[in-house]
Design a protein around this ligand. Sequence first.
Ligand code: DGL
Length: 273
Amino acid sequence: MKIGIFDSGIGGMSVLHEAYHLLPPDLEYIFYADTEHVPYGLKTPQQIKEYVTEITRFLIEKGVDAIVVACNTATSVAIEEIREKYTLPILGMEPAVKPAVEGTENRRVMVIATPVTIRESKLQHLLQRVDGDHRVDLLPMPQLVTFAEREEFEGPQVEDYLRSQFSEYDLSRYCALVLGCTHFNYFKPSYRRYFGDQVMLIDGNAGTIRHLAEVMHLEISDGVDTEISFKDTQQMVEQCHTQYYMSGKKVSEEKMLKHFMRLHNRLEAVRGI
Ligand code: DGL
């Protein structure tokens, strides 16, 4: 079975990485990063719809059996449109606000996402449904997408940006930080430094892969003990067959494959944080 996973850039690799851990190793993946158009979070809904329709068509031509839109921004703007056009299963992502609110009593929840995700009605409707006590704060962090694309996950510029964005909030009041953009997974150690050890860092990756398994009738590991165990990340990446595309072009140069390997290493290192 072939699964297509796409994002505006490298954020969606965090979803691919989770799939490696949770799904049977004999699946085939096509990972598509739309690096010519990243960041989506600063584009218009019409532009995003055009990119997403084109990528969906591309992946279907490559013979995928299901598509994961590993991008909260693309999901919020364009998922209905592509679901109407195509009949194969298309799964999207949205900020995991529900588990954050449900798992906590009266402390605050912060959602960080792109400006588009924050503005779109999909998130607003979700909040109307689950945030009756108005405990959720929304904070756009578009610059993190740019840092991630540069593979700059730590360092003075990242820290300055995070500090300035968080400075208006009393972070001791928060019990959960929802990562509402797949690019934000790479920065988990920094969030911990600001919010402390007790705060829950919640992303939608495992939930999305679980949903995919359900829809496609795939076996899924249901906990750390049953996860597929690989000797190391290198072995995992070698075994989980993946073709990479960047805005329609197949990636085969050694330099780029090494870049993807480094990203998998980073994702592995921050996975349990
Ligand atoms: N990774 C994407 C998301 O989950 C979008 C990042 C961007 O291109 O702005 O929202």
